[in-house]
Design a protein around this ligand. Structure first.
Ligand SMILES: [Zn+2]
Ligand SMILES: [Zn+2]
Length: 371
């Protein structure tokens, strides 16, 4: 088998024998493209299924009204626990609330400070400055809080930091521009990084905000109600935008993952089609060579029957010897150029269908008759 570098190595590693499918090999690039697109498609499909499942669970979750009847429902529920419910109420601190250091009137139960640095980074590939940002500092403060219903019934919210979908209200935002001296500017220019400034933000879950919680509801032995992350692996949600927006977000995310999964699966099938087409061409070329060999042998047998081939068999002159192997007699005429320069086995071993003398394309080969 004649094959070069990467093909050979890959065939060995993929099939364990260097021949593979009748000498057909998957190229390294094809294998990489196929593997990558199928793997990425698989990951996207997994994420799509996960998001889809959480949308289905949201649809199946009962919506409970936060009032005094809630305890009666839980009292008759086995284990005093409802595994996945939707409940809405107003945010109230159990004890003390948090006050914003920037706005005295802003009080909340969850507070997040963030310092983000904005930079321009030189990209040598696109030869331009591109924006980049990085969170350099983050701090979260939280105090115990409850959801308050219409008739003073409360549900304690446990582990709020484990919840998804909690986008809080921004209570403070300030951009601190960096003013550089001349030397700093030159040094930054040479280093390929320019600092634009830092953005300081504060987000807060304010007291009194209407919060939608989706999770496990339990009635403790002391008679208090709590909402906590579901023990059955379902996703825990807290949202100030309401249930419909929360569900819509999950739904559109699932949609995006599905589009990506289909896209990468299509890319994978295109690569497979391409490999299939190459395999078909390979088989066709083999079949054509086989036909040519049969035809050559038939013509040669015909020639030896008439005794004409013997003339050159015993010749053995140096000028009659194949230019490639220098041992066999020249016994084929390459068409269309008409050169007689090699033996049939050397012709078959040519890497390309080109005449070794004039580099013209060989369309047909016929045996040489000596008269
Ligand atoms: Zn030869
Ligand atoms: Zn030629």
């Amino acid at each position: 088998m004649r094959t070069t570098g990467t093909h050979f190595v890959l065939c060995r590693s993929l099939t364990g024998d260097p021949v593979g499918m009748d000498g057909f090999c998957l190229k390294l690039l094809e294998a990489v493209c196929l593997g990558t697109s199928l793997a990425v498609s698989g990951v996207c499909y997994y994420l799509y299924r996960k998001n889809r499942k959480s949308v289905d669970k949201l649809d199946d979750a009962p919506h409970l009204v936060l009032d005094k009847h809630l305890k009666d429902i839980l009292n008759v529920t086995p284990g005093a626990c409802l595994q996945y419910v939707v409940i809405e109420g107003a945010v109230q601190p159990v004890d003390q609330s948090l006050t914003s250091p920037f706005q005295k009137e802003a009080v909340g139960v969850l507070q997040k400070f963030m310092l983000t640095e904005y930079r321009l980074v030189w990209n040598s590939l696109s030869r331009s400055w591109i924006d980049s940002q990085q969170v350099v500092h983050q701090r979260v403060n939280t105090v115990p809080f409850v959801l308050l219903g219409s008739d003073d019934t409360t549900v304690k919210v446990l582990c709020p930091l484990q919840a998804s979908g909690l986008h809080m209200e921004t209570t403070y935002e300030k951009f601190h521009q960096v003013n550089h001296g001349f030397t700093d500017t030159v040094l930054e220019y040479i280093g390929g990084q320019k600092t634009k400034g830092q953005l300081e933000t504060e987000e807060m879950l304010k007291v009194g905000a209407a919060l939608t919680g989706v999770g496990e509801l339990i009635l403790d032995t002391d008679g208090s109600l709590s909402l906590r992350p579901p023990s059955n692996g379902s996703e825990y949600f807290l949202s100030i935008t309401g249930f419909d927006t929360l569900r819509g977000d999950q739904d559109s995310r699932a949609g995006w993952w599905r589009v990506l999964a289909i896209g990468f699966a299509l890319a994978g099938s295109l690569v497979l089609l391409w490999v299939g087409r190459r395999y078909y061409c390979h088989l066709r070329a083999r079949w054509e060579r086989e036909q040519e060999r049969r035809e050559f042998e038939r013509l040669q047998a015909e020639a030896s029957r008439t005794g004409s081939a013997e003339a050159h068999q015993d010749g053995g002159h140096l000028e009659n010897v194949c230019v490639i192997c220098l041992s066999q007699p020249r016994n084929c005429i390459l068409l269309d150029c008409g050169h007689v320069c090699c033996c049939y086995s050397c012709y078959q071993a040519l890497p390309q269908h080109l005449c070794p003398i004039c580099r013209q394309n060989i369309t047909r080969v016929v045996p040489l008759y000596h008269t």
